[in-house]
Structures are given as structure tokens and as C-alpha cells.
Design a protein around this ligand. Structure first.
Ligand SMILES: C[S@@+](CC[C@H](N)C(=O)[O-])C[C@H]1O[C@@H](n2cnc3c(N)ncnc32)[C@H](O)[C@@H]1O
Length: 876
């Protein structure tokens, strides 16, 4: 070990010290790579090349800087690149070796001739020095400093080594140091021919420096001489060459050496092992594989790992499955891909055949506009929401970011995202064919997926049922709009959603940009990831033949796909039983007067007893089934009556206390040359009856009633608001009259109270007992309004849509100033709606000179906590 300490021979430093000839470096590396047997085991399959790499790691001792002379340390610092430690992890791949083109010295040869090599080191050094090609720093070999200095060499023992040294030499097992020496020797030998003039000069100067150093540094010299030097007297150069040449491997040997397969060492422990559930880290991979194949390995049923426990619970057959859900962030179910074969996909409604024509003719005329303020965000009180109209830029003033009533727009956005944004997938169920599962959570009432398909007429549906689908087990038909039908045989994923008597979703029809569209929405509880999506089909089987057993497995399962009142098939079965029994009796006893003579009296008696009991049973069954029917019908009737009375009450209350007006009006102007004439407020016609959600659904009865109850509570809130407003507020007269007529009007209405406003509203005919509202025309020039003719759209080509009343103007104009500002903003909008040369006139009339010409009635809004300004008869 001393010799190592004395000579800084770490591989890295050795290599880095060859600054003048980079080829030496390359040669040295290739030799190392070729002959190293001390590689680090590879850690992956692709890492086989690493078997031959990284020879620099293992055995070179850590050298200490204190052991070196000062100058040497300086030189080291200047020339050394990175530390051995930091380089050790870098795998080096010797391309020459891998390609089989490297000229190298096999390890075998090196080991065999270790001794020779050791002995010849000195000779090599000498010879290279003669040729002027030694390493400049004299650090390549342990004892290179000795070789450079003849005095020093003289001090070294020249005879046979002492016993200790010889032993140590014998004990040396590793060929590494020898290898390094061999490499260096080769490098130096080749350097002698490769070095140019300059290189040789550097070499010489290095030699001089070392000599100077030696002279001045007695301590180093002493240390060197004290150390056991294992170098033997230099053999003759001729001998070296003879030995080297004779022992060089032949070409065949080299080739064999190169192609010899490298043994791959597999990692048996570590982070990425045991990723499959049957892996046991205590065993080898092969043993694990064997175990996996044998059925003997049973999963720990009591305490399985959490991830596997969750998976197991979720994958149990649904009857055994426990009521258990892992949160999404703990267990994200991997999609079990089901690929339905005959599914032609489309995510948009396609009108087919006559349906397109019918659709164009029967486009819904009714419109809805919302009056929500931005802070309300089109929430529960939004009129559009209430009417199942989606808000958009044409019917809502709120920006899309703040409006929460744009479900289909959200769906469109989501469909452009990734599959988890989209959030649903087809899965195979145990006993109901395919189904749909949520891949994410959904909030209560959030849109999930659109039910899209081909829109066909009833006739086309019949044709398809009788021809194309006559052998089908599943139909994907749903009543849509105006007696049209959505056929989702070619349709969206929603067609796979199964029925449940306790569903977690609802299928709802909305009007989006004037078109009806169906979509599946989350129910009141919301949806968890992994949950199967279901809705109540309220299936109409058309005939008893089509009645299907329900396998939803819920507590309140009705037993069939359809409403409970469809117990009719059972009743029918009972009736058939009675008829069968009667027939039997007749067969036995024969018809009246012609009793069968064939049967003996005993047999007749026996059969008669059986027949009587059968008849009694059948009758009992009929009675029971009739009783069930009656009860079901009674229940249905009660529910309907309850809903109807609730609806009636709500309407009565609403009509007695408020007048709901739509926000959007249309300004109709008669294009006379002289004046800005008639501005008609064409009121939106909406009907509560339009809230039919989807056809033939008892749920549809419930839904409007829920809506109505919400509506009713909104109405109540407004009633109390108006009452308190009427107590508080006194509305002053508008400050600047519009015209003499308007001035007169405003004078008469100088101090309108809430009550007077109410009475005014009622006298103007705006007060409605039933919806829809009567449309009014508003004459700005005269300040009067009158009910519009039913078809008032033909006023003239200057018809313009009245810019919606700003939401601000809708908010509680209970004080004089707020009323004034509301009125002003109405006027501004009227003016804004006028374009072209008449605008100036309008501005003149409505704006500066004219001021506020009096407000319409102050009524209660239909929703939320706002009180809405209504342009009524006699108003500007
Ligand atoms: C619109 S498809 C639903 C998707 C269907 N499971 C499939 O594989 O294509 C309706 C059919 O699914 C089956 N189905 C849906 N819900 C069911 C339930 N709760 N019980 C039994 N069958 C059901 C019935 O065969 C029904 O006719």
C-alpha cells in the first residue's frame, strides 16, 4: 500500500495528467474497458454494456493530498479534472470494444504475465526516457519518479526483493494496478512516436522540474527510499519485446474475446420490484413466477394492501359488493375498456328525412330572456334556468364567466379536453349489458353527457322498428320534441346509460340557442368517480310483450322497466288464469246440457274440486292485482292532484302579487321621416306549461312542481320585499317632462306610492292572472302604450331589438334616484337602438332636452330579490 501512497496512481488522475496527448487517454481507456473484470452489476436490462464499463471505480485507493509534495499538489489542482468519486458513477461504453474493432490486451494475458510486466516497468521507463517520451509529471507509474532519477534508483534495492516485498507482490490478486501500468507503458511507448517537438519539450521540462524537486525535497526522497520498493533491476529491452510479442493474443483469440457473451446480473431487490400484487420480495423472480402460476398463493383476505383491497371491493359482483367507495385521489379506477361493436358514434343531433322539414316548420317560437344581475350569476332565480333555456349572448347579459346557466357550452368545452374532463366511459355490467361509468366526480345537477342521435319522425321510427331493428334486443329510442324521436342507435355514449328505480341522474330536455337538446344531468347527490350512471327510464313498453325485468337492485325497485302502474301484465296474467280455469271446467263438465259422458262420476268430482280451487285462486289473484292497480292509480292521482294544486296555488299567488315581465323587449319603430315614432315593447311570451321535461315521465310531474315551489318561494320573497318597499318609499315625480303630454302624466303621477303603482299596473292591463303576458306597444312620442296586435312584427323594416334593460336598472328602484337612473338607462337603451340619421333626433328627444318622461309601473320581479321596472301603458 505504501507504494500506492507514494505514487499518485489513481486511474482518473493518471489519465487526466496526460494533457499533451489525448490519444494516450483514449488508448488507455480502451485498454481498461477491454480488460476490466471489476464492473458494477447492471441495474436494468438495457444496461448490459455497463458490464464492461467503469473500471475506474473499484480498487484504486483514496490518495491524500498531504502525501504529495507541494508542487505536485499544485500541478494536480491545475490539471486534475473531477474527483474520482464524482466520475465513478459515469458509465462508459467502449464503442470500439462493442464494435469489435478495439486493439486491446486481454486480461488473461495481463494476469499471466503480471510478474513480467512488473519487472519490466523499469525497463520501459528507461527506454521511453531515452526516447524522450515519458510522462511529463512522472506520475503515470507508482515508481516513475524513481525511474527518472538515476541517483534515486541507485538508492533502491537492486537485488532480489526482501521477503516481505515478494510476499506482497505474490499476494496481489488484482490485475488492476498491473493493467494500469501496462496501459501506461503502452501509452508511453506510442507517445514516443506520437509526440511532436513541442510535446517532447514539455516532457523534457517535466523531467527537469522533477529533478529539481527531488534535489530540493529531501523529505520526499527519504520517504521514497524508506518505502519498500518492489521494482527489480531492469531487464533488457530486448527481453521485454520478446516476451510481449510472443504472448500477444492471436486474431482468433481476440475475436473470441469480443464475442464472449456478457453475463447479465439481474437486480432482485429495489424500488420497482414487487409492483405486481403476487410478488414477494423475499423470493427470487423465478420463484415468484412459479408461485404466481400455482394457485396456492392466496391473497391476504383479512388485511390486503389498501390499493388491492379497494380494487377487490369495487370489482366484487354487485350483489356482494359492499357499500364502499375509495376517494378518487386514493384509487383511480383504470378504465376497463368495453368496445360495443355495433355502436356508430355521433355527438350531435342529426335530423333525418321528414324530421328536418318538420323541425324547420315547428321551431319553438317562445323565447326566454334572463334578468339576472352579474352578482346573481344566473342562479336558481334565473328565468332562463327556470324555463330550461340555456343562457347565451342573445338572451343573457352576464358574461359567460359569470353566468352559471350554460351547461351545454360547458359540455362542449369539456369534450375538447382529455378523457377525464369528458368523464364517462362504457363498461360492461354484470347482468344489464353495457353501462356507463363516471371517470370523475360531478356536482349535483352538473351536466354529464348529451343524449344525441338521429332525430326521426314517428313513421320513420315505426319503419325502423319493423325492419332494421326487429331482431334487436336493445332499442335506443327516446321521445324528443314535437312527436319526434331520438334514435341513438347511431348516437352518443348516453345511449348506454341504464335504468334504475333509484337513479343518480336525470335526463332533461333543454332549449339551447332555440333548439331542444337532451342531456344527462347529475342528480341531487352528485356523482362519485367510478359510480355507474343511471336514470329512470319511465319506460313505455308499448305492449306487455316488451315488459322487461328490472335488475337495478335498489331497495325500491319496481321490478320492471317502467312505471309501477304498469302492473297490468300481472293483472292480465291473472285474468288469463281465470279464463284457463273456466275453460278447463267446461272441458270436464261439458257445456250446459251436454255433459261429458266419458268421464265417470268420481273423476268428475275430483276434477271439479281441482277446477274450483283453481278458479278460487285465480279470482283471488285477480282481486289482489286489481287492488294493487287501484292503489297505484290512487297514488298516482294523489301525486298529480298534489302537484296540480301546488302549481295552481303558486300561479294564484304569483298573479295576485306580481306581474312577471320579461326583461327583453323589442323596440319597434315606425320609420316615418318626421319622427321617431312607435317603439314597441314586444314582450316575451313564456309559459309555465313549457316546463315539460321529457315526455311520458312521472318525474316530469315532480320537476315542475319543484320548480314551482322554488318559484313560489321566490314570489313570497318578492311580496315581502314589495310590502316593505311600499312602507318605506315614496317615489317622486320625474324631474324633466318629455312633452306636454308626458309632463301632464308625470304631474299626475307626482308622488306615486307602491300601492298607486300597483293599481296603475293593474289598470294598465299588465297585471296578469295567467301567463303568458299580453304584449304591449310603447309609443315614445306620445308616452302611451297599448296592447300589441297579435302579429305586430310587420310594423316596418326598422324593427329593432330593444337592447335589454341593463341589470342595474332592474335592481330595486325603490328610491327616487334609483327610479330616475333606471328610467334614464331605459331611455339610453332606446336611443342606442336607433341607428342612422334618426339617431340624432332620438337623442334630442330622449336625451338632454327631454329627460325622464315617467316610468312604467313598478312591479315585482318573477324571481330573486329584484323588483323589476315594467314598461306599461302610458309610460315612456
Ligand atoms: C338504452 S339500453 C341501455 C344500454 C344497454 N345496457 C346496452 O347494453 O346497450 C336499454 C336496455 O338496457 C337494458 N337495461 C337497462 N337498464 C336495465 C335494468 N335496470 N335492468 C335490466 N335491464 C336493463 C335493457 O335491456 C334495456 O332494454
Amino acid at each position: 500500500m505504501d507504494d500506492r501512497a507514494a505514487s499518485p496512481d489513481s486511474t482518473s488522475s493518471t489519465l487526466s495528467c496526460i494533457t499533451v496527448a489525448t490519444r494516450l487517454d483514449t488508448a488507455a481507456r480502451s485498454s481498461i474497458g477491454a480488460s476490466s473484470s471489476n464492473s458494477t452489476p447492471p441495474t436494468s436490462q438495457d444496461d448490459s454494456a455497463s458490464i464492461v464499463s467503469d473500471a475506474t471505480k473499484a480498487e484504486a485507493p483514496a490518495e491524500t493530498q498531504q502525501d504529495k509534495p507541494e508542487l505536485e499538489q499544485d500541478q494536480d489542482q491545475n490539471t486534475r479534472r473531477t474527483s474520482r468519486r464524482s466520475r465513478s458513477s459515469i458509465s462508459t461504453y467502449n464503442v470500439q470494444i462493442l464494435a469489435g474493432t478495439a486493439i486491446h490486451t486481454p486480461t488473461k494475458y495481463l494476469e499471466k504475465h503480471t510478474k513480467n510486466v512488473m519487472r519490466q516497468e523499469r525497463a520501459v521507463s528507461d527506454s521511453t526516457l531515452v526516447n524522450g517520451s515519458a510522462d511529463t509529471k512522472g506520475k503515470l507509474l507508482d515508481d516513475s519518479t524513481e525511474k527518472l532519477d538515476s541517483d534515486w534508483v541507485d538508492e533502491a534495492p537492486t537485488g532480489p526483493l526482501d521477503n516481505g516485498s515478494e510476499d506482497r507482490l505474490k499476494r496481489r490478486k488484482s490485475s488492476r494496478v498491473d493493467l494500469l501500468k501496462e496501459v501506461t507503458r503502452n501509452a508511453m511507448a506510442s507517445a514516443s512516436s506520437n509526440l511532436g517537438k513541442r510535446g517532447r519539450e514539455v516532457l523534457e521540462s517535466g523531467k527537469d522540474k522533477l529533478q529539481a524537486l527531488r534535489k530540493g525535497t529531501g523529505s520526499l526522497r527519504r520517504r521514497q527510499s524508506e518505502s519498500t520498493i518492489r521494482v527489480e533491476p531492469a531487464p533488457k529491452r530486448a527481453k521485454l519485446s520478446t516476451v510481449s510479442m510472443s504472448d500477444l493474443p492471436t486474431e482468433a483469440e481476440k475475436a473470441q474475446e469480443i464475442v464472449r457473451p456478457k453475463v447479465k446480473r439481474w437486480q432482485t431487490q429495489g424500488l420497482y420490484l414487487g409492483q405486481h400484487r403476487d410478488f414477494d420480495a423475499r423470493f427470487t423472480e423465478s420463484k415468484n413466477q412459479k408461485k404466481r402460476k400455482s394457485t396456492a398463493l392466496k391473497e391476504n383476505q383479512v388485511l390486503p394492501l389498501p390499493m388491492f383491497a379497494g380494487e377487490r371491493l369495487l370489482s366484487l359482483p354487485y350483489k356482494e359488493a359492499r357499500d364502499f367507495k375509495l376517494p378518487f385521489d386514493v384509487f383511480s379506477p383504470l378504465p376497463r375498456k368495453a368496445k360495443p361493436e355495433d355502436w356508430k358514434k355521433t355527438s350531435k343531433n342529426l335530423f333525418v328525412g321528414d324530421a328536418a322539414t318538420i323541425w324547420k316548420k315547428s321551431k319553438p317560437q317562445a323565447e326566454s330572456y334572463c334578468l339576472c344581475a352579474p352578482e346573481e350569476g344566473c342562479g336558481e332565480s334565473c328565468q332562463n334556468r327556470f324555463m330550461l333555456y340555456e343562457c347565451d349572448s342573445t338572451n343573457c347579459l352576464i358574461s359567460p364567466e359569470h353566468c352559471t346557466n350554460r351547461a351545454f357550452a360547458e359540455l362542449k368545452r369539456r369534450s375538447k379536453g382529455n378523457r377525464y374532463d369528458y368523464g364517462v366511459e362504457v363498461v360492461e355490467t354484470e347482468d344489464r349489458g353495457y353501462g356507463v361509468r363516471a371517470m370523475r366526480t360531478f356536482n349535483p345537477h352538473q351536466i354529464i353527457v348529451e343524449y344525441a342521435g338521429e332525430i326521426i319522425t314517428q313513421e320513420e321510427c315505426d319503419r325502423r322498428m319493423n325492419n332494421e331493428y326487429k331482431n334487436n334486443k336493445c332499442y335506443y329510442l327516446m321521445t324528443f320534441h314535437n312527436k319526434m324521436i331520438i334514435d341513438a342507435t347511431r348516437g352518443s355514449i348516453a345511449r348506454f346509460v341504464n335504468h334504475s328505480c333509484e337513479p343518480n341522474c336525470r335526463m332533461v330536455k333543454w332549449t339551447v340557442a332555440g333548439e331542444p337538446r337532451m342531456a344527462l344531468f347529475a342528480g341531487d347527490r352528485g356523482i362519485m368517480t367510478g359510480e355507474e350512471l343511471t336514470y329512470d327510464y319511465n319506460f313505455d313498453p308499448f305492449s306487455s310483450k316488451n315488459v322487461q325485468e328490472c335488475r337495478c337492485g335498489t331497495a325500491s325497485c319496481r321490478g320492471v322497466l317502467g312505471p309501477r302502474s304498469k302492473d297490468a301484465p300481472k293483472a292480465k296474467a291473472a285474468t288469463a288464469l281465470v279464463a284457463g280455469a273456466k275453460r278447463k271446467i267446461q272441458e270436464v263438465f261439458g257445456s250446459k246440457g251436454s255433459r261429458s259422458k266419458a268421464a265417470g262420476p268420481n273423476k268428475r268430482r275430483k276434477v271439479a274440486t281441482i277446477a274450483r280451487s283453481a278458479l278460487a285462486k285465480a279470482k283471488k289473484s285477480v282481486t289482489e292485482s286489481q287492488g294493487r292497480d287501484a292503489r297505484a292509480e290512487k297514488e298516482a292521482a294523489e301525486t298529480e292532484a298534489r302537484s296540480a294544486s301546488r302549481a295552481e296555488r303558486a300561479i294564484r299567488r304569483s298573479s295576485s302579487t306580481i306581474t312577471v315581465a320579461s326583461k327583453r323587449s323589442k323596440v319597434l319603430r315606425k320609420g316615418s321621416s318626421a319622427s321617431l315614432s312607435t317603439v314597441a315593447s314586444k314582450r316575451t311570451i313564456v309559459s309555465v306549461r313549457q316546463t315539460t321535461v321529457s315526455t311520458a315521465r312521472p318525474g316530469a310531474l315532480r320537476r315542475p312542481s319543484t320548480k314551482l315551489s322554488r318559484f313560489t318561494s321566490a314570489v313570497k320573497r318578492h311580496s315581502s320585499a314589495i310590502k316593505s318597499a311600499s312602507r318605506k318609499s315614496v317615489l317622486p315625480a320625474p324631474s324633466s317632462p318629455v312633452s306636454s303630454k308626458a309632463a301632464a302624466k308625470s304631474a299626475t303621477a307626482s308622488t306615486p306610492t307602491a300601492a298607486s303603482v300597483k293599481s296603475k299596473v293593474s289598470s294598465s292591463g299588465l297585471r296578469q292572472t295567467t301567463l303568458p303576458f299580453k304584449p304591449l306597444s310603447l309609443d315614445l312620442s306620445t308616452g302611451s302604450s297599448s296592447p300589441l296586435a297579435p302579429n305586430d312584427d310587420d310594423i316596418d323594416g326598422n324593427l329593432r331589438e330593444f337592447a335589454a334593460l341593463p341589470a342595474r336598472a332592474m335592481k330595486r328602484p325603490t328610491t327616487a334616484s334609483s327610479v330616475r337612473s333606471a328610467a334614464a338607462s331605459v331611455k339610453k337603451n332606446v336611443v342606442r337602438s336607433v341607428r342612422g340619421p334618426r339617431r340624432a333626433a332620438a337623442v334630442a328627444r330622449m336625451g338632454l332636452g327631454l329627460g325622464v318622461g315617467g316610468m312604467g309601473g313598478l312591479g315585482e320581479g318573477g324571481s330573486g330579490s329584484t323588483i323589476r321596472v315594467i314598461l306599461g301603458e302610458g309610460d315612456d
